[in-house]
Ligand binder design. Structure first.
Ligand code: PHE
Length: 530
């Protein structure tokens, strides 16, 4: 099988910052604050943190393990566990493609806004809503900035893992942390209203407002935010060297990701309450928050242009480090499949993404600016559609499949041995395996069903009801994995019996092909002993 020829990450810190760079993105800066506003403040934050610890972290480590062990692209890494699971890897290529196409559109908008603070500082004078509508709806302008944003990302990926992705992350991520602290300090020192903002953000635990809908959103958000279920951590893991301790790296990535999300809230909510009608502003969902409400706040803030520029720089840095991770998943796969060079592969991938993103730019610009469901599919506009589709269906599905495949594809002993060999032994490995095999998949499955129910089946009244299609699909997938494991266990039992009669002991797995491979090793060892 094709191995990752690229040299990979040069340092431990570079690996962690690149993975954290992928994790920290629009999810933290854009979505987290408005979900907190929508779903009852601290109650949402609490569920989010618990879900990140119990589910997100477990799945993240599983993906890293898969990448580091198989050292190949997402499709082949699943294929190496079992050829039958290659399709899971294929999903890992499709979803990042979809997400990069809309991610860069929003990245393009933020580039324009950051530049505004330099060249047109009073752009939000008057109505920031009107400005945004005109801009997003304009067609060629947003497309131009989308393509500029994409071009920058392509240049970075073109440089390779160490010289492109790692180097960029090592510069942008620490800068982002510093800028964020500056912004939080400014926001907390805005005087009257700050404490009210803090109270809104972390001072109330409104579980009634949270509801099941909020719980599902919190869990989905923790996946999305950690870049789980999209092959990113598998790809980055495949480029990681021996020195990298997986459990520790996972912990650092999670801490950085949660830290940034929570901190962004500290930057946004106090400012909202100090400078405007906080409660009302906080309910603003989607792009309104970043591209309408915030410019308005900066306009009424002392040195607002400076802080506006800082905010949108943070936004750009977080988005670009996420986009390069998505593009890397696609590029790595494409490179391995076609044997083309990195430079050619990223160009092909980039062009494909560019073409689709143009349509998305037009459609979501239109939808947001006119508040109409332009180009709607099943009651969602295209952006919502893609966002909900990936959050409630695709990502949980991928996370479910990968936790089951990694958890049950290897015998416990084998996993532990691997962690030792990969220099990643850790104290809680038994607990992790228990979560990976049982607790986490059950939780993910439950979220997926709840999510499909609340976001699709219940919501949807137009046209074909996608909810039921997804529900059926989810059950089918879970069923097929279960049947697979059951069939393998029967094969293994047969082989084991035969082997035991020949006095051969093979470390058993739950996966027939791995068992057979192990048996081969045992047999050849036996032969060479003789
Ligand atoms: N984690 C990113 C965010 O929070 C989104 C993302 C998911 C990026 C998967 C890359 C891969 O915005």
């Amino acid at each position: 099988m094709e191995q990752t020829k690229n040299k990979g990450f040069g340092s431990k810190i570079g690996f962690v910052l690149a993975a954290a760079g992928s994790a920290i993105g629009l999810g933290n800066i854009w979505k987290f604050p408005y979900l907190v506003g929508k779903y009852g403040g601290a109650a949402f934050v609490l569920v989010y943190i618990i879900s990140t610890m119990c589910i997100g972290m477990v799945a993240l480590l599983a993906e890293m393990f898969l990448g580091k062990r198989t050292k190949t692209n997402v499709v082949d890494s699943f294929g190496k566990v079992n050829k039958k699971f290659k399709w899971v890897g294929m999903l890992c290529v499709i979803v990042p493609f979809i997400i990069s196409c809309y991610y860069i559109v929003v990245g393009g908008w933020s580039t324009k806004f950051a530049l505004n603070y330099i060249f047109e500082p009073n752009f939000a004078n008057g109505s920031s809503q009107l400005y945004f509508n005109n801009f997003a709806n304009q067609g060629y302008m947003p497309i131009l900035f989308t393509l500029i944003f994409l071009a920058i990302a392509i240049m970075i990926v073109r440089g390779g893992v160490e010289k492109g992705i790692e180097k960029t992350s090592k510069i942008l991520m620490p800068t982002l942390f510093v800028l964020l602290v500056v912004l939080v300090i400014k926001s907390l020192s805005l005087g009257d209203g700050v404490s009210e903002g803090l109270k809104f953000y972390i001072g109330k635990m409104d579980f009634a407002q949270l509801g099941w809908d909020g719980v599902v959103s919190a869990m989905g958000q923790s996946f999305f935010s950690l870049s789980i279920g999209m092959g990113v951590i598998i790809a980055y893991g495949s480029y990681s060297n021996k020195k990298i301790n997986m459990a520790k790296s996972t912990l650092y990535i999670v801490i950085l990701d949660v830290f940034v999300a929570v901190f962004v809230g500290f930057a946004i909510f106090p400012a909202m309450f100090a400078l405007g009608n906080g409660t009302e502003l906080a309910q603003q969902a989607g792009p309104g928050l970043i591209f309408v409400v915030l410019p308005q706040l900066f306009q009424s803030m002392k040195a607002g242009q400076f802080f506006g520029f800082i905010f949108f720089s943070i936004f750009i840095f977080s988005a670009i480090t996420s986009v390069i991770s998505l593009l890397e998943v696609l590029t790595q796969y494409f490179m391995h499949r076609t044997k083309m060079t990195r430079k050619k592969s990223i160009l092909v991938v980039g062009i494909a993404v560019a073409i689709v993103s143009v349509f998305i730019s037009i459609s979501i610009g239109n939808a947001f600016a006119n508040k109409k469901l332009m180009y709607s599919v099943a009651g969602f506009n295209v952006f919502e559609y893609l966002d909900e589709l990936s959050n409630t269906v695709m990502i949980p599905l991928m996370a479910l499949a990968s936790t089951l495949i990694v958890g049950w594809g290897f015998k416990k002993k084998l996993i532990k041995q691997e962690f030792k060999d990969l220099n990643s032994d850790f104290k809680f490995i038994n607990l992790w395996i228990f979560f990976l095999r049982i607790v986490t998949p059950i939780c993910i499955f439950a979220i997926m069903i709840l999510g499909i129910q609340s976001k699709w089946v219940a919501y949807n009244s137009v046209g074909l009801n996608f909810g039921y299609v997804f529900l059926g699909f989810a059950i089918l997938v879970a069923f097929s994995i279960a049947v697979n494991i059951y069939e393998d266990s029967k094969t293994i039992a047969k082989l084991k019996y035969r082997h035991s009669q020949k006095n051969i002991t093979v470390v058993s797995t739950f996966n027939a092909s791995i068992y057979i491979e192990n048996a081969k090793v045992v047999k050849s060892n036996k032969k060479s002993d003789k």
